[in-house]
Design a protein around this ligand. Structure first.
Ligand code: GLA
Length: 395
């Protein structure tokens, strides 16, 4: 189900009173640099033109309520009480974590009414969760005139995901949703949080996302396991190189030298990460040199690593990338996000996009008996206030 900001505002006016503040929080794509964020590496995400809208205003009856347009559920929050995660409904935890963090940081919150909804496909790896956390944090910051800067809001959003949702995610998704800039990718150093924007000049190419429509079980716990395997790898190497604190400080030869000391798949996991960190920087040079083809090649290499070494892909994603690889009009493709399902990101010649997507649809249906979704995407702004009259975003 897709909702526009008009749907959200309309519902707000049916349920509540007052002129609401309207916030838009985008999802994100990631061009390259997968699973590197929680290893202190580089990533290259961008905010997209799919997002979540929030309409909120002070409550006139003193009761704080959040209404989710998607499933028609209302959740009542008592701001005076200690805020804890709940079993049901699951969606509210993304938001409760933000309230908890603001309160525990000593920020007084006024009771509010809030309606939210949007058009980010859930479970497709486009970070609908980061958009919920970031949009809500930004909204409460505005409503309560707290003047917390975007960087601190990003950390609050990540804190909520770690502690109220239980996924030990890196910083990429929240950063991209909050800091995105139209038509630009962000090169983010997840260790120092230094970042720069580069215009993505696609000149005759388009970004196309292909959604497998599958989400294999245990996604969250597998994600946390990968993170743990990387940390174990760092511990192994620390015995020999006490100066290292994350895989960011590791080079391939250090790994090779101590290969026999790693347990299970830890060596493969670390190897992928170290290679991917180097690849992001090389890919960034490709962009600077306007060499989109070389950039695309690196996306295919990333996919190989994610599938073979890091093992976060699945048959469906591998199938999409294989089709993309064979198609003349595609210069780069890989699975995107945490993995185990969700989308691939493809760089496709614009005039071949129709042929590519119909090939994907036909062959995927024949192989897996599933109709995939295809999303053409463009790069949009980060979290912003929406002017209800003009529909313009105000940064
Ligand atoms: C999820 C996490 C991010 C990042 C990606 C993989 O989207 O939320 O922090 O680790 O997976 O790159």
């Amino acid at each position: 189900m897709e909702f526009t900001h008009h749907d959200v505002v309309r519902k707000f006016k049916v349920l509540y009173t007052g002129e609401p503040l309207i916030i838009r929080a985008p999802g994100r794509i990631n061009l390259i640099g997968e699973h590197t964020d929680y290893n202190n590496g580089f990533v290259m995400p961008a905010a997209i033109d799919y997002g979540t809208f929030f309409a909120l205003a002070p409550a006139t009856d003193g009761r704080s309520e959040i209404f989710a347009l998607k499933n028609g559920q209302t959740y009542t929050v008592d701001l005076e009480q200690d805020i804890k995660p709940v079993k049901n409904p699951g969606w509210v935890n993304y938001l409760l974590g933000i309230i908890h963090k603001l309160k525990s940081g000593g920020h007084p919150l006024i009771p509010f009414k809030c309606v939210f909804g949007g058009n980010i496909p859930i479970g497709s790896g486009l970070s609908s969760s980061a958009s919920l956390e970031c949009g809500f944090a930004f909204a409460l910051n505005e409503l309560n005139h707290l003047r917390i800067d975007r960087q601190r809001l990003i950390f609050m959003a990540q804190w909520s995901e770690h502690n109220f949702v239980g996924v030990k995610c890196g910083i990429m998704d929240q950063f991209a949703s909050m800091m995105g800039k139209k038509d630009n990718v962000i090169l983010l150093d997840c260790r120092s949080l230094e970042y720069s924007y580069s215009p993505l000049k696609l000149d005759g190419y388009s970004l196309v996302l292909c959604d497998t429509k599958v989400k294999h079980a245990l996604v969250d716990s597998d994600y946390n396991t990968r993170r743990h395997e990387c940390e174990r790898g760092v511990e192994v190497l620390k015995k020999h190189y006490p100066e290292i604190s994350s895989l960011r400080d590791v080079k391939c030869d250090m790994l090779e030298k101590h290969k026999g000391e790693f347990a299970g798949r830890e060596f493969n996991r670390c190897l992928y990460i170290v290679q991917e960190m180097e690849r992001v920087l090389m890919a960034n040079n490709d962009l600077k040199n306007n060499n989109l083809k070389a950039f695309g090649e690196k996306m295919f290499e990333t996919h190989k690593g994610l599938s073979g070494l890091y093992e976060v892909s699945c048959d469906e994603l591998d199938f999409f990338v294989a089709i993309a690889h064979e198609h003349e009009g595609v210069i780069g493709a890989r699975m995107m996000g945490g993995g185990f399902g969700g989308c691939t990101i493809n760089i496709v010649q614009s005039d071949a996009a129709l042929d590519f997507t119909s090939t994907i649809k036909k062959s995927y249906r024949a192989m897996f008996n599933i109709d995939p979704e295809i999303y053409p995407v463009t790069i949009g702004e980060g979290v912003s206030i929406v002017n209800n009259e003009t529909q313009e975003t105000i940064l």
